[in-house]
Ligand binder design. Structure first.
Ligand code: SF4
Length: 223
């Protein structure tokens, strides 16, 4: 597994990693240029998160459910909030931790949501001195809980995403549009980004090495 990330003076919001994984330009527009535009997808997602932001702690048998858990990592320069942490005990002692993130839409082929979840788990591991082997994504539209193995491959992807997102923040350069038109179709920033115009005029600085645009399933929405 990747052993370290670049020194981390800049704090990154964990939710921003999902933006970066989806499209580095979207990440920069939101987190460098402070552009934001709600479409119906993000608006629905916001309502869903308001519902789970109750800060309740509930214990049933050997399982404790903690909601809206603040998480951070000094090592990785991350901070954010986890929708739900399930803590399973044996003989009164916590034995297994399962972070759970709620999403509005459907399960995705690509790892955008899994990267966000993995970053939350990395924070929890550092904060609580524990190992976490799996998390879960709960998709509202499908009423589906996806169990996510927090394996070395996903951890490496997540650490690379953190590094590259930080490089964009440090460079202060907004990357060019993704070549994947499907992502643009579902992107809340498409009117602000105007990718079809920017694609025609590539005269801006382009930090090519930072951005490896991934191929994506045509079915994947971001939210
Ligand atoms: S419209 Fe396309 S290129 Fe622009 S931020 Fe969204 S996904 Fe990226």
């Amino acid at each position: 597994m990747r052993s370290s990330v670049s020194s981390a003076p800049l704090q990154i919001a964990i939710s921003a990693l999902q933006h970066f994984a989806y499209c580095p330009r979207q990440f920069a527009l939101i987190h460098l240029e402070q552009a934001w535009s709600d479409n119906h997808l993000t608006a629905q997602g916001n309502v869903l998160h308001e519902r789970v932001d109750s800060h309740e702690v509930e214990t049933r048998g050997q399982k404790r459910s903690e909601r809206a858990v603040q998480v951070y990592s000094d090592r990785l320069g991350l901070q954010g909030k986890l929708d739900l942490l399930e803590v399973f005990s044996e003989n009164g002692k916590p034995r297994r931790y399962v972070p759970v993130e709620y999403k509005r839409g459907k399960r995705k082929v690509m790892d955008w949501d899994r990267i966000q979840l993995c970053a939350q788990a990395l924070c929890l591991e550092e904060m609580r001195g524990v190992s976490i082997s799996e998390g879960a994504l709960w998709y509202w539209q499908e009423r589906l809980r996806e169990v996510v193995a927090l394996n070395d491959q996903l951890r490496d992807q997540t650490l690379a995403c953190i590094d590259n997102a930080r490089l964009v923040l440090q460079s202060q350069v907004t990357p060019p549009p993704t070549t994947d038109l499907t992502r643009c179709k579902n992107c809340s920033l498409v009117d602000l980004c105007v990718p079809q115009i920017v694609r025609r005029d590539r005269s801006g600085t382009y930090v090519q090495a930072l951005f490896e645009v991934e191929k994506i399933s045509a079915e994947d929405d971001q939210d």
